[in-house]
Write a protein of this length. Structure first.
Ligand code: SF4
Length: 248
C-alpha cells in the first residue's frame, strides 16, 4: 500500500531578528520615503499594513505610505475613547492623502461588557484598559499581515531613544521608518507637503491618545509626558518599553 503523505504545517515565524538586522543594514542611510517605496511596491507588497493613531505627527508617515502605494492597508484602532477631533482629523487625512484601505478596528463588545461595563477601567487599571481597547483589537487587525509599519520616533520619550528602524515581534516584521526623525524634520515635512495639523496640537497636546489619558504637555517636558499622567506607564502595550540608550 502506498505510504500516506503527511501534511505539515509550517509554524516557523515569518521573520527573525537576523532578517531585521539584514534590513537595517540594507537600508542604512536610505531616506524613509525611498525605503518605504521600495518595500511597499516590492517584496512586502500585500503582506504589510501601516498602523496609525491619527495623532499629531501621523500625517508624515501616512503621506509617505500614500505616496508609495495608496492601497496599502492602514489599521486604525478606535478605542471608543478617542477625541472627536481625532476622528474628524482621520477623515480629513484619508480624503486628503487618498488612502484607499483604512480599516477601523474596535474593541470586542463582549469583552467590553465583561471587563469595562462602566467605561472607567482607564481610571484604576490603565494596563487592563489598553489590553482591552488597543492590544486585542490591534492583534485582530494585524492578523492578516506578516509585517507592519509604526510611526514611533526615537525623540518622543527617553524610553524610545534606542529605537531601530526594523524590529521583529512575535515573528512579525515591524518597521519604524521615522525612528531617527526629530521634531524639526517632521515639521519640515509638514511644511514641504502642506499637510494639515491635528486640531488639538495648537492647544498644547503634543502626543495624542485616548481622551481620558491625554493631557497637555508643559514646556521642557518630553512630548509624551502628557500620556497617562499620574501613572507609571509609558506605552500602551502595543509597543514594548525599550531601555533608554546609555549616556554617551
Ligand atoms: S489610553 Fe486610556 S482610555 Fe485608551 S485604552 Fe489605554 S487606558 Fe484605556
Amino acid at each position: 500500500m502506498a505510504e500516506r503523505a503527511l501534511d505539515r504545517i509550517d509554524v516557523r515565524p515569518a521573520y527573525t531578528v537576523e532578517d531585521a538586522a539584514a534590513y537595517e543594514a540594507r537600508f542604512a542611510g536610505v531616506p524613509a520615503p525611498e525605503m518605504l517605496r521600495t518595500l511597499l511596491t516590492g517584496e512586502l507588497h500585500g503582506g504589510i499594513a501601516a498602523v496609525s493613531s491619527f495623532g499629531t505627527e501621523s500625517a508624515v508617515l501616512l503621506h509617505m505610505v500614500a505616496s508609495a502605494d495608496p492601497a496599502t492597508p492602514v489599521v486604525f484602532t478606535d478605542t471608543l475613547k478617542m477625541f472627536p477631533e481625532t476622528l474628524s482629523y482621520r477623515d480629513t487625512l484619508v480624503e486628503r492623502l487618498g488612502l484607499l484601505d483604512v480599516r477601523v478596528i474596535q474593541p470586542d463588545p463582549a469583552l467590553l461588557a465583561a471587563r469595562d461595563p462602566d467605561g472607567i477601567r482607564h481610571s484604576y487599571d490603565p494596563d487592563g484598559c489598553c489590553d482591552l481597547r488597543k492590544v486585542e483589537p490591534l492583534a485582530r487587525g494585524l492578523a492578516p499581515f506578516e509585517a507592519w509599519i509604526s510611526g514611533r520616533k526615537g525623540f518622543q520619550a527617553g524610553t524610545r531613544r534606542a529605537l531601530p528602524r526594523f524590529e521583529v515581534e512575535n515573528g512579525r516584521l515591524k518597521l519604524n521608518p521615522l525612528a531617527d526623525w526629530n521634531k524639526a524634520a517632521l515639521d519640515g515635512y509638514f511644511t514641504a507637503h502642506d499637510l494639515p495639523r491635528h486640531p488639538l496640537e495648537a492647544q498644547g497636546y503634543l502626543s495624542i491618545g485616548c481622551a481620558p489619558c491625554t493631557s497637555k504637555v508643559k514646556p521642557g517636558e518630553d512630548p509624551r509626558a502628557g500620556r497617562w499622567r499620574g501613572f507609571d506607564k509609558v506605552e500602551c502595550g502595543i509597543h514594548r518599553p525599550m531601555e533608554a540608550a546609555p549616556p554617551p
